[in-house]
Write a protein that binds this ligand. Structure first.
Ligand code: HPA
Length: 231
C-alpha cells in the first residue's frame, strides 16, 4: 500500500495501462482481462490486475492533469516496480489532417510547465516515448496512426489562442494533459512509456467525437496498447 494506491505488494503487474477515467479502467478490465481483480480503489481511483493472452496486466486510472498522473506513476514505479506504462486517453486535434476518432501516438510531449519542470531549471527537457513501444503500436494500428509531437497542457479551457496557433504552425498534432510527466518519469527511472490517444475533439473545427463512438474508440486504443506491450 502507498499513499494513493491500495494494492498489496505483488498485486501490480509489470505492464500498466493508464486511462484517465477510473470507470474506463473498470470497463477495460472487464472487457479485455481474464480474471480481473480490483487491486485498488483509494479515492475512487480504480485499478485492476488480470491477464491478457497469458500476460499479466494492470489497468489503473490516473485522473486528469500532470499533478494527478505524477502521483500514480511515481508510486507505480517506485513502490510497485512497474516497467511498462502506457497511457490510453483522449486529445484535442490541432492539425487539419488529424480527424476526430483518429489515433495519435505521442512521439514527444512539449509542456509549458509540469511537476518536473522545476528540476530542469533553464533546460527545456524533451520528454519522448519509448521507441520500441511506439514502433509496435504503429504496427498494431496497421500504420493508420498519426505519429508526432503533442502538447501536454495544464488547461482544458485554454485562453491562449495564439499558443495553439504557434503549436499548429510547428506541426504539433494534438493537445492533452498528462503525457509529458509520464514520459519524464519513465526517463528518470529508465522505464518504458507511451501515450496512445484518440482524438475526442477538434480544436480547429470544434467537432467532437459522438458519444456512441466513444466506447469503440477506447477499445481500439486498449487493443493497440496491449499489442504494443506484448507483441
Ligand atoms: N485540450 C486538452 N486536453 C484534451 C483535449 C483538449 O482539447 N481534448 C481531450 N483532452
Amino acid at each position: 500500500m502507498t499513499f494513493h494506491i491500495g494494492a498489496q505488494p505483488g498485486q501490480i503487474a509489470d505492464t500498466v495501462l493508464l486511462p484517465g477515467d477510473p470507470y474506463r479502467a473498470r470497463w477495460a478490465a472487464e472487457r479485455f482481462l481474464e480474471d480481473p481483480v480490483l487491486v485498488s480503489e483509494t479515492r475512487g481511483m480504480l485499478g485492476y490486475t488480470g491477464t491478457w493472452e497469458g500476460h499479466r496486466v494492470t489497468i489503473h486510472g490516473t485522473g486528469m492533469g500532470q499533478p494527478s498522473i505524477s502521483i500514480y506513476v511515481n508510486e507505480l514505479i517506485r513502490d510497485y516496480d512497474a516497467q511498462t506504462l502506457i497511457r490510453v486517453g483522449s486529445c484535442g486535434a490541432l492539425q487539419e489532417d488529424v480527424a476526430v476518432r483518429d489515433i495519435v501516438l505521442a512521439q514527444a510531449a512539449s509542456t509549458i510547465s509540469g511537476p518536473s519542470s522545476t528540476i530542469f531549471r533553464e533546460i527545456n527537457f524533451a520528454p519522448v516515448a519509448d521507441f520500441i513501444l511506439l514502433a509496435k503500436a504503429f504496427a498494431a494500428a496497421n500504420g493508420k496512426a498519426h505519429v508526432g509531437g503533442i502538447l501536454t497542457s495544464d488547461t482544458f479551457y485554454d485562453e491562449r489562442e495564439d499558443l495553439s496557433q504557434q503549436l499548429q504552425r510547428h506541426g504539433c498534432l494534438a493537445i492533452e494533459m498528462e503525457t509529458a510527466e509520464l514520459y519524464t518519469l519513465a526517463a528518470r527511472y529508465q522505464r518504458r512509456a507511451l501515450s496512445v490517444l484518440t482524438v475526442s475533439d477538434h480544436i480547429l473545427t470544434g467537432e467532437a467525437l459522438p458519444s456512441d463512438q466513444r466506447e469503440s474508440s477506447f477499445a481500439e486504443m486498449i487493443e493497440i496498447a496491449l499489442h504494443a506491450a506484448f507483441d
